[in-house]
Design a protein around this ligand. Structure first.
Ligand SMILES: Nc1ncnc2c1ncn2[C@@H]1O[C@H](COP(=O)(O)OP(=O)(O)OP(=O)(O)O)[C@@H](O)[C@H]1O
Length: 256
C-alpha cells in the first residue's frame, strides 16, 4: 500500500449510478489524492452526496440503486466479492451533516467502534478515547465528563465527537457530508481548523455548499452539475481561473 502524500488513494472510472430509472451520476472519472482535502461543490441535487456515499458503499443500503463503472481503494475494486464492507467502512469513515452521537456516554461513543473490531483492555481503551478526543480538539472540553451522555453536548461539540468517533477506528479516509452546515460560525471555524490538522494523517473528502469554506480549506475542488463532474483541480486554480464557463457561473454566484 502506498501511503505517500499525493498518490491516488481512491479512483473512480466511468462511475455511473442510477436510482431506478434516474441517472444521478454520469460516468465520473476522479482521482482522490492521499492526505489532501478534496471539496465537492455544486448546486443542490447535482449528486455530490450520492458520489461521496458511493465511495464507502453506503449506497448499498439504498434499494433500487444500480452502480456501473469502477471505484478502487488503493487500486482494489471496492465492489469485488471478497471485499468486506465493514472493513471498507472502517477504512473509509463518514461524518454526516447532522451530528448523530449514539445515546450513550461520551466515552462509549468513542469506544463503540474499537470494541466492535477487537478486544481491547480498559487502559488501552482509555488511551484510544483520549487520543481520538484530542485529535478532534474536544478533549479539554469533555475530559471531566466522559461518563456523561453525549447528547448533553452542544451541536458543535457533538459534531467533533462524531469526528473523534470516526477517527477511533483508525480510518485512512474520512468522508464528510456538509459537516458544518448545522453549526454556528464559531463551531464551524473549529471544525475547519480541525480538518486542516486531520489531513496530516488522513485523506479528507468534504461536501460543502459553502464556497468560502471550500476555498479556505481544500487542496482540490470538484464541481458537479446534474450528475456530471464538470471540472476538478487545485482549489486556487478552480476559483481563480475556472476552465469551464459553468464552473465560473456557479462560483461567481450566477446560478445555484
Ligand atoms: N434514495 C434516493 N432515491 C431516489 N433518488 C435519489 C435518492 N437520493 C438522491 N436522489 C436524487 O439524486 C440526485 C442527487 O442527489 P444528491 O443528494 O446526491 O445531491 P447533492 O448534490 O448532494 O444535493 P444536496 O446538495 O442538496 O445535498 C437528486 O436528484 C436526488 O433527488
Amino acid at each position: 500500500m502506498n501511503m505517500e502524500t499525493g498518490n491516488p488513494i481512491i479512483q473512480t472510472k466511468g462511475l455511473t449510478l442510477h436510482y431506478g430509472e434516474f441517472e444521478a451520476l454520469k460516468g465520473i472519472d476522479m482521482d482522490i489524492l492521499s492526505q489532501e482535502i478534496t471539496a465537492f461543490i455544486g448546486p443542490s441535487g447535482c449528486g455530490k452526496s450520492t458520489f461521496l456515499k458511493t465511495l464507502n458503499r453506503m449506497q448499498d443500503l439504498v434499494p433500487g440503486v444500480r452502480i456501473d463503472g469502477e471505484v478502487t481503494f488503493h487500486g482494489k475494486d471496492i465492489f469485488a466479492k471478497d471485499v468486506d464492507v465493514t472493513w471498507l467502512r472502517k477504512k473509509i469513515g463518514m461524518v454526516f451533516q447532522k451530528a448523530n452521537p449514539f445515546p450513550m456516554s461520551i466515552y462509549d461513543n468513542i469506544a463503540y467502534g474499537p470494541r466492535l473490531h477487537s478486544h481491547i483492555k480498559k487502559a488501552q481503551m482509555d488511551e484510544i478515547v483520549e487520543n481520538a478526543l484530542r485529535g478532534a480538539a474536544l478533549w479539554d472540553e469533555v475530559k471531566d465528563r466522559l461518563k456523561k451522555s453525549a447528547l448533553g453536548l452542544s451541536g458543535g461539540q457533538q459534531q467533533r465527537l462524531c469526528i473523534a468517533r470516526a477517527m477511533a477506528v483508525e480510518p485512512e479516509v474520512i468522508l464528510m457530508d456538509e459537516p458544518t452546515s448545522a453549526l454556528d460560525p464559531a463551531s464551524t471555524m473549529k471544525i475547519e481548523e480541525l480538518m486542516t490538522h486531520l489531513k496530516k494523517k488522513y485523506t479528507v473528502i468534504i461536501v460543502t455548499h459553502n464556497m468560502q469554506q471550500a476555498a479556505r480549506i481544500s487542496d482540490k475542488c470538484a464541481f458537479f452539475l446534474v450528475g456530471e463532474l464538470v471540472e476538478m483541480g487545485p482549489t486556487d486554480r478552480v476559483f481563480s481561473t475556472p476552465k469551464d464557463k459553468r464552473t465560473e457561473d456557479y462560483i461567481t454566484g450566477r446560478f445555484g
